[in-house]
Design a protein around this ligand. Structure first.
Ligand code: ATP
Length: 971
């Protein structure tokens, strides 16, 4: 070590991936001696000299061997030592100090190596040397000192006193006796360190960590003791916030880190500028703790870690400059030694002798002063000086009345104060011996107390562990409860939201239903109005049709009757034949039978007979006609009955088919569909209603019915056509008969005329003959008149009958025509599309409209019911929701109160846990089976081939433990 100056070594790590990615290149050059580094950067080009410079590929072992090993020797020799690593974040401080893996020979850092070295040094020290090693591990995080071995202590105060110097109060110090134990302690402490990931380092230390190793040693022979403290400091990295990408908590940490590093820089500046009278150690916890290491009683090594890359040129330059400044800090290291009794004795002796000398000197001075005061003079060569006193040359002193030489006057040789001092010394020594004996007794007692304390502690520990277990269980229970409650809460919240959704849905549906109801009502009203109109139209049509039919019927009847009776004298005028006969009779009456010849009479008679036979024939024909008429009437009635039956059958068939189809198909036709169909219907033109208005099922039904009806109508049409044909033929025949009758009547008339002529042309014959002839004629005339009268009566009756029959025939014909018309209508209705539509419109649509109206009314009422139900449901749901909400409210309140209770309990448990932990860690540091009792280590071991020393014999250790303080070493 270069005197008392801080030793500064510099280490460059290899370029990292970020630097490579960013195109960084190494900009350093280290000379062969490893003492100078040249930085060839963009902003700076120059060199720096340090005690040692390690390049990028330097091994951990080399760093330790070349720069740290000596400091361990110093500490073992009783000096204070400090090794601290400084550098930008990610520059390799932790890698250098702790290493990548403390169990890996190659990558373990200097701290494990120091520890190993310490134990090796202890082992190879003389056998009369006894050592104790204590370890503490702390970090300064966010300007708070945290005990890493007892993390509950996270803000420890820093104190200072004369004997201890600056120290952290309450910091746990663990006694260790082997490397493994220290490693264990290190591992435990490292677990509690605060690290975070930044852009520059995946595991960036966010705090300054300080491992403190205190070594005390005692020379068992002389009792001389020394103590050295070694501080191993891994500083948090200085960082540029922009580069590290720090934000949030990491940013806050960065600010604090930079602040404390700035304070460190200020301390170094003050120590090195040669002007400052005040060093601002108190500006940060870091500088306060490292007070002795910087310019104080410590041998300090600073390792500056740097990046070799151009990417971090500025940071590297700043670090190198920091190192350069620190290099000039001068420390005042000294051995921290406790004197042995012999040394103390010698010292006491020396001090006492000095005291006597000074007392003599004072007495001599007082003598000289008294001379001067009494007005006398003292020659210069007699003046009192300390040298004369020390040399014992009292003759050269001025004679003074009050001065008493410490040398007994009755002795021949100048007495030294040794005789007196020896006596005092003996007393002093005895006193000191007593004190030491007291101290030993006290220590023994304390040791016993501690043993009992341990026992007590163990039972206490067991109790507390039990308590801890039960608390953990309780905690688990509470956590379970909390989880359950959270789950319940979540469930209830989801239920509530579901209910709310349902409510919204229901209200929405209800609104929609109300709207649908309104629209249905409107549709219903429109339909009802349309139905009324249709009914009115239908009634009007029926009425007009009926009146038309009636008037047409009357007209037809009159025409037919006129046709039929066109050959007859409707006003009772006689036919030709009749007139002929009548004329013949008149001539007979007027000429007294003279004008009629016998031939004429005979012909008249013949004609009369013919007429009679014709009349009989006509009567017969009329009878036949009347028979035929009754047959026709019967047929008409039959036809009417059949027509009615057909209509009834048709209706039944239609109903049945529709019913069947409706049953076969979806019986419950969706109201919405019907409604929407109805909507469609009312939106479409009226002539398309049949094709779009009804559901497919109904439409299909109608089509099927139509086909069936068509076939029925076809068969019936054929039948009725045949019948109509027959009726036509009969009417034809009857017309022929009438024609024949008319022609017969015309023949009769002609015969009558001839008879008349014959009667008028007959000459007057003899009186006798005449009288006889007259008589005959009279008789004939009478009989003819009688016959004529009879014929007249008969004719009239016949005519009446004929007229009646004709009327009936005409009526029959008309009704036949009507029937034909009806059949034609039916026929047309079946065949003609327009008629079919019309008929459909008039019949089916009417029927369907009625059905729809009925359906609508039903739907309306059912919708009303549903709306009422929905409203009731809504109200019920509202109530339910309200009750659920209130329940939820209650549950939430309960949950909150339970949470609060739980929080309080948790807090209490935590506190208890914390207490238990702290007492546990204080009482027995993590049940490490080491730590709370000092374990003295003895030197005198031999170093094995492997380099590790063998430990001294256990009996020696046992023997010496009796007086070693075993205490819970929390200051
Ligand atoms: N000399 C080296 N050789 C190989 N790798 C190294 C070296 N120095 C550091 N590293 C690697 O670089 C990374 C950062 O190192 P480290 O954590 O030691 O940096 P740091 O200075 O402690 O950073 P911070 O200040 O952020 O804690 C680590 O992954 C480490 O393994």
């Amino acid at each position: 070590m270069s005197g008392n100056n801080i030793k500064v070594v510099c280490r460059f790590r290899p370029q990292n991936s970020l630097e490579n990615r960013e195109g960084g290149t190494p900009i350093i050059h280290i000379d062969d001696a490893g003492e100078n580094v040249a930085l060839k950067g963009n902003d700076y080009n120059g060199g720096f000299a340090f005690d040692k410079i390690f390049g990028m590929d330097t091994k951990q072992k080399d760093v330790f061997d070349y720069s740290i090993r000596s400091i361990v020797d110093d500490v073992v020799a009783g000096y204070n030592g400090t090794v601290f690593a400084y550098g930008q974040t990610g520059s390799g401080k932790t890698f250098t100090m702790m290493g990548a893996d403390i169990d890996d020979e190659n990558t373990k850092g200097i701290i494990p190596r120091i520890i190993e070295q310490i134990f090796q040094s202890i082992m190879i020290s003389p056998a009369n040397m006894e050592f104790t090693v204590k370890v503490s591990y702390m970090e300064i995080y966010m300007e708070k000192v945290r005990d890493l071995l007892n993390p509950s202590q996270d803000n420890l105060p820093i104190h200072e006193d004369k004997s201890k110097g600056v120290y952290v109060k309450g910091l746990l110090e663990v006694y260790v006796s082997s490397t493994e134990e220290v490693y264990e302690v290190m591992r435990r402490g490292s677990e509690n360190r605060v690290v975070a990931s930044t852009n520059m380092n995946a595991e960036s230390s966010r705090s300054h960590s300080i491992v403190m190793i205190a070594i005390t040693q005692k020379n068992l022979d002389t009792g001389a003791a020394k103590s050295g403290k070694l501080y191993l400091v891994d500083l948090a990295g200085s960082e540029k916030v922009g580069k590290t990408g720090a934000s949030g908590q990491t940013l806050e940490e960065a600010k604090k880190i930079n602040k404390s590093l700035t304070a460190l820089g200020m301390v170094i500046n003050s120590l090195t500028d040669g002007k400052s009278s005040h060093v601002p150690y108190r500006d940060s916890k870091l500088t306060r703790i490292l007070q002795e290491s910087l310019g104080g009683n410590s041998r300090t090594t600073l390792i500056i870690n740097c990046s070799p890359s151009s990417y971090n040129e500025a940071e590297t330059l700043s670090t190198l400059r920091f190192g350069m400044r620190a290099k000039t800090i001068k420390n005042k290291a000294k051995v921290n030694a406790d004197l042995s009794p012999a040394e103390l004795k010698a010292l006491l002796k020396r001090v006492k002798s000095e005291a006597v000398t000074f007392q003599t000197y004072i007495a001599a001075l007082e003598g000289e002063v008294s001379v001067w005061r009494t007005g006398g003079t003292v020659p210069e060569d007699k003046w009192v000086s300390i040298d004369k006193i020390k040399s014992g040359d009292f003759s050269a002193l001025p004679p003074a009345s009050g001065f008493k030489s410490p040398i007994p006057e009755d002795t021949s040789r100048p007495a030294t104060p040794a005789t007196v001092l020896e006596k005092d010394e003996r007393e002093e020594f005895l006193k000191r011996e007593n004190e030491l004996m007291d101290q030993i007794a006290e220590k023994v007692r304390k040791s016993k107390d501690d043993s009992s304390d341990i026992l007590w502690d163990e039972t206490e520990l067991a109790t507390r562990e039990k308590l801890l277990e039960s608390m953990k269980e309780e905690l688990g229970l509470f956590k379970d409860q909390e989880q359950t409650m959270i789950k319940e809460n979540q469930q209830m919240t989801s239920e509530l939201s579901e209910l709310k959704l349902q409510l919204q849905k229901v209200s929405y549906e209800s609104k929609e239903n109300a709207i649908t109801t309104d629209s249905l009502k409107e549709t219903n009203q429109e339909l009802a109005a349309e139905l009324e109109e249709l009914k009115k139209n239908l009634a009007e049509m029926r009425l007009s049709h009926k009146s038309n039919a009636d008037s047409e019927k009357e007209k037809k009847k009159a025409e037919k009757m006129a046709n039929i009776f066109s050959g007859f004298d409707a006003s009772g005028e006689i036919t030709e034949k009749e007139r002929h006969i009548r004329n013949a009779l008149h001539r007979l009456d007027g000429d007294n039978g003279s004008t009629l010849s016998i031939e004429e009479l005979a012909s008249v008679r013949r004609e009369l007979a013919e007429s009679k036979s014709l009349l009989e024939q006509h009567t017969k024909t009329i009878d036949d006609l009347s028979n035929e008429k009754s047959t026709l009437e019967a047929k008409k009635t039959d036809l009417e009955i059949r027509l009615n039956t057909l209509e009834v059958e048709y209706e039944e068939l239609l109903d049945k088919t529709i019913a069947e189809e409706e049953t076969a198909e979806d019986k419950t036709v969706d109201i919405a569909e019907t409604v929407s169909n109805l909507k469609v219907k009312f939106l479409l033109p009226k002539n398309q209603i049949m094709f779009y208005a009804f559901p497919s099922a109904i439409y299909r039904t109608i089509l099927i019915s139509q086909v069936k009806l068509e076939s029925q109508y076809a068969s019936k049409k054929e039948l009725q056509e045949k019948e109509v044909e027959q009726l036509k033929q009969e009417v034809e025949r009857k017309s022929n008969d009438f024609e024949k009758l008319s022609s017969a009547m015309a023949d009769l008339k002609a015969a009558n005329d001839e008879l008349q002529n014959a009667l008028s042309a007959q000459p007057r014959q003899g009186t006798s003959d005449l009288t006889e002839k007259e008589k005959d004629m009279e008789r004939m005339r009478k009989s003819m008149a009688q016959q004529l009268a009879d014929f007249e009566v008969m004719k009239k009756a016949l005519m009446r009958d004929l007229q009646n029959r004709c009327e009936k025939v005409v009526e029959l014909e008309i009704s036949l025509d009507e029937t034909r018309e009806q059949y034609n209508n039916v026929l047309r209705a079946s065949n003609n599309k327009a008629q079919q539509k019309k008929m459909a419109f008039l019949e089916r649509n009417l029927e369907q409209l009625t059905n729809v109206q009925k359906q609508l009314v039903e739907q309306n009422s059912s919708l009303k019911k549903e709306v009422a139900i929905a409203e009731r449901k809504l109200t019920a749901r509202n109530e339910r929701i309200q009750s659920l909400e209130s329940l939820l409210q209650d549950a939430q309140e309960k949950l909150i109160s339970q949470n609060q209770k739980f929080e309080a309990q948790l807090q209490a448990v935590r506190e208890r846990l914390e207490q238990a932990r702290s007492s546990k860690s204080q009482n027995s540091m993590a049940a490490l089976s080491f730590g709370r009792i000092a374990k003295p280590l003895r030197g005198g071991a031999t170093v094995t081939d492997s380099g590790s020393p063998t430990s001294p014999t256990d009996d020696k250790r046992d023997r010496r433990t009796s007086w070693i303080p075993g205490f819970i070493n929390s200051r």
